[in-house]
Design a binder for this molecule. Structure first.
Ligand code: PHE
Length: 337
Protein backbone atom coordinates (compact mmCIF):
# COMPACT_ATOMS: atom_id res chain seq x y z
CA UNK A 1 0.00 0.00 0.00
CA UNK A 2 2.77 2.39 1.00
CA UNK A 3 4.69 1.62 -2.14
CA UNK A 4 1.67 2.17 -4.31
CA UNK A 5 0.90 5.50 -2.68
CA UNK A 6 4.49 6.71 -2.99
CA UNK A 7 4.50 5.81 -6.67
CA UNK A 8 1.35 7.79 -7.28
CA UNK A 9 2.75 10.73 -5.38
CA UNK A 10 5.84 10.57 -7.50
CA UNK A 11 3.78 10.66 -10.67
CA UNK A 12 1.54 13.50 -9.58
CA UNK A 13 2.10 16.53 -11.84
CA UNK A 14 -0.18 19.13 -10.36
CA UNK A 15 -1.56 20.23 -7.01
CA UNK A 16 -4.87 18.68 -8.05
CA UNK A 17 -3.32 15.26 -8.75
CA UNK A 18 -1.71 15.40 -5.35
CA UNK A 19 -4.93 16.32 -3.62
CA UNK A 20 -6.71 13.29 -5.07
CA UNK A 21 -3.89 11.01 -3.92
CA UNK A 22 -4.25 12.50 -0.44
CA UNK A 23 -8.01 11.89 -0.45
CA UNK A 24 -7.80 8.35 -1.69
CA UNK A 25 -5.09 7.22 0.77
CA UNK A 26 -5.53 9.41 3.80
CA UNK A 27 -9.18 10.41 3.46
CA UNK A 28 -12.08 9.26 5.61
CA UNK A 29 -12.89 6.50 3.18
CA UNK A 30 -9.27 5.57 2.54
CA UNK A 31 -7.59 2.24 3.37
CA UNK A 32 -5.66 3.52 6.40
CA UNK A 33 -8.70 4.97 8.09
CA UNK A 34 -10.38 1.66 7.41
CA UNK A 35 -7.56 -0.29 9.06
CA UNK A 36 -7.64 1.98 12.09
CA UNK A 37 -11.40 1.74 12.27
CA UNK A 38 -11.23 -2.11 12.16
CA UNK A 39 -8.82 -2.24 15.13
CA UNK A 40 -11.60 -3.17 17.52
CA UNK A 41 -11.98 -6.52 15.85
CA UNK A 42 -8.35 -7.47 16.35
CA UNK A 43 -6.98 -9.43 19.29
CA UNK A 44 -5.70 -7.08 22.02
CA UNK A 45 -2.03 -8.01 21.58
CA UNK A 46 -2.04 -7.21 17.86
CA UNK A 47 -3.63 -3.76 18.25
CA UNK A 48 -0.50 -1.79 19.20
CA UNK A 49 1.52 -3.40 16.41
CA UNK A 50 -1.08 -2.81 13.69
CA UNK A 51 -1.82 0.67 15.04
CA UNK A 52 1.81 1.67 15.02
CA UNK A 53 2.31 0.31 11.53
CA UNK A 54 -0.78 2.09 10.16
CA UNK A 55 0.24 5.37 11.74
CA UNK A 56 3.73 5.09 10.39
CA UNK A 57 2.47 4.40 6.87
CA UNK A 58 0.14 7.37 7.16
CA UNK A 59 2.97 9.59 8.31
CA UNK A 60 5.27 8.50 5.50
CA UNK A 61 2.57 9.13 2.92
CA UNK A 62 1.67 12.52 4.40
CA UNK A 63 5.31 13.61 4.43
CA UNK A 64 5.80 12.44 0.86
CA UNK A 65 2.75 14.42 -0.20
CA UNK A 66 4.03 17.59 1.54
CA UNK A 67 7.43 17.22 -0.05
CA UNK A 68 5.97 16.76 -3.49
CA UNK A 69 3.64 19.69 -2.91
CA UNK A 70 6.60 21.95 -2.20
CA UNK A 71 8.29 20.78 -5.39
CA UNK A 72 5.19 21.40 -7.50
CA UNK A 73 4.70 24.85 -6.02
CA UNK A 74 8.28 25.83 -6.61
CA UNK A 75 8.06 24.66 -10.19
CA UNK A 76 4.93 26.76 -10.72
CA UNK A 77 6.65 29.86 -9.32
CA UNK A 78 9.69 29.32 -11.52
CA UNK A 79 7.52 28.92 -14.57
CA UNK A 80 5.71 32.14 -13.78
CA UNK A 81 8.95 34.05 -13.20
CA UNK A 82 10.25 32.77 -16.48
CA UNK A 83 7.15 33.98 -18.28
CA UNK A 84 7.18 37.42 -16.67
CA UNK A 85 10.87 38.09 -16.84
CA UNK A 86 11.97 41.34 -18.54
CA UNK A 87 14.68 41.28 -21.12
CA UNK A 88 16.81 44.18 -19.95
CA UNK A 89 18.95 43.97 -23.05
CA UNK A 90 16.07 45.06 -25.36
CA UNK A 91 16.51 48.61 -26.71
CA UNK A 92 14.28 51.14 -24.89
CA UNK A 93 11.30 52.74 -26.60
CA UNK A 94 11.99 56.44 -27.23
CA UNK A 95 10.21 58.85 -24.88
CA UNK A 96 8.86 61.93 -26.66
CA UNK A 97 9.84 64.97 -24.66
CA UNK A 98 8.09 68.26 -25.33
CA UNK A 99 9.60 71.70 -25.05
CA UNK A 100 8.60 75.32 -24.85
CA UNK A 101 6.76 76.63 -27.92
CA UNK A 102 8.97 78.72 -30.21
CA UNK A 103 6.95 81.85 -29.35
CA UNK A 104 7.34 81.21 -25.63
CA UNK A 105 11.07 80.95 -26.20
CA UNK A 106 11.19 84.13 -28.31
CA UNK A 107 9.33 86.04 -25.62
CA UNK A 108 11.55 84.86 -22.81
CA UNK A 109 14.66 85.71 -24.84
CA UNK A 110 13.27 89.19 -25.52
CA UNK A 111 12.37 89.54 -21.83
CA UNK A 112 15.86 88.51 -20.75
CA UNK A 113 17.47 91.14 -22.97
CA UNK A 114 15.27 93.95 -21.68
CA UNK A 115 15.49 92.82 -18.05
CA UNK A 116 19.24 93.10 -18.59
CA UNK A 117 18.69 96.77 -19.51
CA UNK A 118 16.66 97.44 -16.38
CA UNK A 119 13.10 96.94 -17.66
CA UNK A 120 10.48 95.19 -15.54
CA UNK A 121 7.96 92.77 -17.06
CA UNK A 122 4.27 93.61 -16.60
CA UNK A 123 1.04 92.13 -17.90
CA UNK A 124 -2.44 93.43 -18.55
CA UNK A 125 -5.90 92.09 -19.43
CA UNK A 126 -6.69 90.74 -22.91
CA UNK A 127 -10.30 91.90 -22.58
CA UNK A 128 -9.72 95.65 -22.40
CA UNK A 129 -11.82 98.75 -21.99
CA UNK A 130 -12.25 101.11 -24.91
CA UNK A 131 -10.70 103.75 -22.64
CA UNK A 132 -7.33 102.04 -22.17
CA UNK A 133 -7.14 100.45 -25.61
CA UNK A 134 -7.90 103.73 -27.44
CA UNK A 135 -8.84 106.85 -25.54
CA UNK A 136 -5.96 106.92 -23.06
CA UNK A 137 -3.66 106.47 -26.06
CA UNK A 138 -4.89 109.61 -27.76
CA UNK A 139 -7.45 107.85 -29.95
CA UNK A 140 -10.75 109.49 -28.97
CA UNK A 141 -14.01 108.02 -30.26
CA UNK A 142 -14.43 108.77 -34.00
CA UNK A 143 -10.67 109.15 -34.48
CA UNK A 144 -9.99 107.90 -38.00
CA UNK A 145 -6.87 106.01 -36.89
CA UNK A 146 -9.09 103.58 -34.98
CA UNK A 147 -9.57 101.98 -38.38
CA UNK A 148 -5.90 101.03 -38.39
CA UNK A 149 -6.80 98.33 -35.90
CA UNK A 150 -10.03 96.62 -36.75
CA UNK A 151 -11.35 95.37 -33.45
CA UNK A 152 -13.41 92.61 -31.88
CA UNK A 153 -15.87 94.47 -29.69
CA UNK A 154 -17.65 92.62 -26.91
CA UNK A 155 -19.83 95.53 -25.79
CA UNK A 156 -19.61 99.21 -26.67
CA UNK A 157 -17.05 99.71 -23.92
CA UNK A 158 -15.21 96.35 -23.95
CA UNK A 159 -13.10 94.76 -26.63
CA UNK A 160 -10.32 92.24 -27.18
CA UNK A 161 -7.24 94.46 -26.98
CA UNK A 162 -5.83 95.28 -30.41
CA UNK A 163 -2.32 95.93 -29.10
CA UNK A 164 -0.35 95.79 -25.83
CA UNK A 165 -0.16 99.59 -25.61
CA UNK A 166 -3.04 99.82 -23.08
CA UNK A 167 -0.62 98.30 -20.56
CA UNK A 168 1.52 101.47 -20.94
CA UNK A 169 -1.43 103.58 -19.84
CA UNK A 170 -2.33 101.17 -17.04
CA UNK A 171 1.23 101.12 -15.70
CA UNK A 172 1.61 104.90 -15.79
CA UNK A 173 -1.75 105.22 -14.02
CA UNK A 174 -0.63 102.75 -11.37
CA UNK A 175 2.55 104.80 -10.80
CA UNK A 176 0.41 107.92 -10.28
CA UNK A 177 2.54 110.27 -12.35
CA UNK A 178 5.42 110.58 -9.93
CA UNK A 179 7.70 107.63 -10.58
CA UNK A 180 9.85 106.66 -13.57
CA UNK A 181 8.45 103.74 -15.59
CA UNK A 182 10.63 101.21 -17.36
CA UNK A 183 8.66 98.20 -18.42
CA UNK A 184 7.92 95.72 -21.15
CA UNK A 185 4.68 93.84 -21.59
CA UNK A 186 4.39 90.65 -23.62
CA UNK A 187 0.97 89.28 -24.48
CA UNK A 188 -1.73 88.27 -26.93
CA UNK A 189 -3.58 90.79 -29.07
CA UNK A 190 -6.58 90.45 -31.40
CA UNK A 191 -7.60 92.04 -34.68
CA UNK A 192 -10.38 91.45 -37.15
CA UNK A 193 -8.16 90.15 -39.90
CA UNK A 194 -8.62 87.28 -42.27
CA UNK A 195 -5.94 84.69 -41.51
CA UNK A 196 -3.34 84.15 -44.21
CA UNK A 197 0.43 83.70 -44.39
CA UNK A 198 1.12 87.10 -42.85
CA UNK A 199 -2.10 87.91 -40.95
CA UNK A 200 -3.66 86.32 -37.91
CA UNK A 201 -6.73 87.37 -35.95
CA UNK A 202 -4.70 86.70 -32.81
CA UNK A 203 -0.98 87.22 -32.40
CA UNK A 204 1.58 88.38 -29.86
CA UNK A 205 3.19 91.73 -29.12
CA UNK A 206 5.90 92.89 -26.78
CA UNK A 207 5.39 96.48 -25.71
CA UNK A 208 8.12 98.64 -24.22
CA UNK A 209 7.83 101.90 -22.30
CA UNK A 210 10.41 104.10 -20.64
CA UNK A 211 9.26 107.32 -18.96
CA UNK A 212 11.56 109.47 -16.86
CA UNK A 213 13.04 112.96 -16.78
CA UNK A 214 15.14 113.65 -19.89
CA UNK A 215 14.36 110.54 -21.91
CA UNK A 216 15.24 111.27 -25.54
CA UNK A 217 14.93 109.82 -28.99
CA UNK A 218 18.60 108.84 -28.82
CA UNK A 219 17.77 106.65 -25.79
CA UNK A 220 15.14 104.85 -27.88
CA UNK A 221 17.65 104.33 -30.66
CA UNK A 222 20.32 103.12 -28.24
CA UNK A 223 18.06 100.60 -26.50
CA UNK A 224 16.69 99.23 -29.78
CA UNK A 225 20.14 99.03 -31.32
CA UNK A 226 21.35 97.04 -28.33
CA UNK A 227 18.34 94.76 -28.59
CA UNK A 228 18.77 94.17 -32.35
CA UNK A 229 22.45 93.30 -32.04
CA UNK A 230 21.96 90.96 -29.10
CA UNK A 231 18.94 89.26 -30.59
CA UNK A 232 19.89 89.01 -34.26
CA UNK A 233 23.68 89.31 -34.16
CA UNK A 234 26.42 91.92 -33.72
CA UNK A 235 26.69 92.54 -37.47
CA UNK A 236 23.15 93.95 -37.67
CA UNK A 237 22.52 97.65 -38.22
CA UNK A 238 19.28 99.45 -37.46
CA UNK A 239 17.62 102.44 -39.08
CA UNK A 240 14.62 104.50 -38.02
CA UNK A 241 12.10 105.77 -40.56
CA UNK A 242 9.40 108.36 -39.82
CA UNK A 243 5.98 106.88 -39.27
CA UNK A 244 2.71 107.65 -37.53
CA UNK A 245 1.03 106.38 -34.39
CA UNK A 246 -1.53 108.48 -32.51
CA UNK A 247 0.16 107.77 -29.16
CA UNK A 248 3.73 108.73 -30.15
CA UNK A 249 5.19 111.94 -31.58
CA UNK A 250 7.45 111.72 -33.42
CA UNK A 251 6.79 108.13 -34.47
CA UNK A 252 9.19 105.75 -36.13
CA UNK A 253 9.41 102.37 -37.72
CA UNK A 254 12.61 100.46 -37.20
CA UNK A 255 14.31 98.32 -39.83
CA UNK A 256 17.23 95.98 -39.33
CA UNK A 257 19.78 95.25 -41.98
CA UNK A 258 19.60 91.86 -43.63
CA UNK A 259 21.63 90.10 -46.24
CA UNK A 260 20.03 89.93 -49.65
CA UNK A 261 20.64 86.33 -50.54
CA UNK A 262 18.92 83.23 -51.79
CA UNK A 263 18.04 80.07 -49.95
CA UNK A 264 16.88 79.15 -46.53
CA UNK A 265 16.47 81.98 -44.04
CA UNK A 266 17.05 84.64 -46.68
CA UNK A 267 13.74 84.73 -48.50
CA UNK A 268 12.21 87.21 -46.04
CA UNK A 269 14.83 89.92 -46.61
CA UNK A 270 13.72 92.53 -49.08
CA UNK A 271 15.90 93.64 -51.99
CA UNK A 272 16.69 96.90 -50.18
CA UNK A 273 18.69 94.99 -47.56
CA UNK A 274 16.46 96.34 -44.78
CA UNK A 275 13.47 94.77 -43.13
CA UNK A 276 10.96 96.37 -40.77
CA UNK A 277 10.75 94.86 -37.32
CA UNK A 278 8.92 97.25 -35.01
CA UNK A 279 7.12 100.53 -34.41
CA UNK A 280 7.81 103.09 -31.74
CA UNK A 281 8.33 106.73 -30.91
CA UNK A 282 8.35 109.38 -28.20
CA UNK A 283 5.29 109.11 -25.96
CA UNK A 284 2.75 111.76 -27.02
CA UNK A 285 2.42 114.57 -24.44
CA UNK A 286 -1.35 114.00 -24.36
CA UNK A 287 -0.79 110.36 -23.36
CA UNK A 288 1.57 111.38 -20.54
CA UNK A 289 -0.88 114.00 -19.39
CA UNK A 290 -3.88 111.67 -19.35
CA UNK A 291 -1.88 109.19 -17.24
CA UNK A 292 -1.02 111.93 -14.72
CA UNK A 293 2.56 112.66 -15.84
CA UNK A 294 3.49 116.31 -16.42
CA UNK A 295 4.86 116.46 -19.99
CA UNK A 296 6.92 119.52 -19.02
CA UNK A 297 8.90 117.38 -16.59
CA UNK A 298 8.63 113.84 -17.93
CA UNK A 299 9.25 112.41 -21.35
CA UNK A 300 9.42 108.88 -22.63
CA UNK A 301 9.68 106.47 -25.48
CA UNK A 302 7.57 103.46 -26.39
CA UNK A 303 7.81 100.68 -28.91
CA UNK A 304 5.92 97.56 -29.90
CA UNK A 305 7.14 94.47 -31.71
CA UNK A 306 5.64 91.19 -32.87
CA UNK A 307 7.39 88.01 -31.67
CA UNK A 308 5.92 86.00 -34.57
CA UNK A 309 7.41 88.39 -37.09
CA UNK A 310 10.72 88.37 -35.26
CA UNK A 311 10.78 84.57 -35.14
CA UNK A 312 9.86 84.44 -38.84
CA UNK A 313 12.79 86.72 -39.66
CA UNK A 314 15.22 84.92 -37.39
CA UNK A 315 14.38 81.42 -38.62
CA UNK A 316 13.07 82.04 -42.13
CA UNK A 317 9.52 80.87 -41.33
CA UNK A 318 7.20 81.74 -44.20
CA UNK A 319 3.71 81.43 -42.70
CA UNK A 320 2.43 82.88 -39.42
CA UNK A 321 -0.20 80.12 -39.20
CA UNK A 322 2.54 77.59 -38.38
CA UNK A 323 2.69 79.05 -34.87
CA UNK A 324 -0.93 78.21 -34.15
CA UNK A 325 -1.69 75.01 -36.02
CA UNK A 326 0.48 72.97 -33.64
CA UNK A 327 1.99 70.55 -36.12
CA UNK A 328 4.65 68.77 -34.06
CA UNK A 329 6.90 68.43 -37.09
CA UNK A 330 7.08 72.22 -37.23
CA UNK A 331 7.28 72.84 -33.49
CA UNK A 332 9.93 70.29 -32.63
CA UNK A 333 12.47 71.82 -35.02
CA UNK A 334 12.74 74.65 -32.52
CA UNK A 335 12.95 72.61 -29.32
CA UNK A 336 16.23 73.11 -27.58
CA UNK A 337 18.02 70.22 -25.93
N1 PHE B 1 0.74 99.67 -30.69
C1 PHE B 1 1.39 99.78 -31.98
C2 PHE B 1 0.80 98.72 -32.90
O1 PHE B 1 0.17 97.80 -32.45
C3 PHE B 1 2.87 99.58 -31.86
C4 PHE B 1 3.49 100.69 -31.08
C5 PHE B 1 3.69 100.55 -29.72
C6 PHE B 1 3.86 101.88 -31.71
C7 PHE B 1 4.25 101.56 -29.00
C8 PHE B 1 4.42 102.89 -30.99
C9 PHE B 1 4.62 102.75 -29.66
O2 PHE B 1 0.93 98.82 -34.10
Amino acid sequence: LKQEALEQIDQAQTADDLQSVRVSYLGKKGPITEVLRGMGKLPAEERPVVGELANKVRQVIAEAIDEKKAIIEEKAINEQLEKESIDVTLPARPVHVGGPHLLTRMISEIEDLFIGMGFEVREGPEVETDYYNFEALNLPKDHPARDMQDSFYITEELLMRTHTSPVQARTMNAYKGNKPVKMICPGKVYRRDTDDATHSHQFMQVEGLYVDKNVRMSDLKGVLNQFAKQFFGEEREIRLRPSFFPFTEPSVEMDISCKVCQGEGCSVCKKTGWIEILGGGMVHPRVLEMAGYDPEIYSGFAFGMGPERIAMLKYGIDDIRHFYTNDRRFLKQYHQA
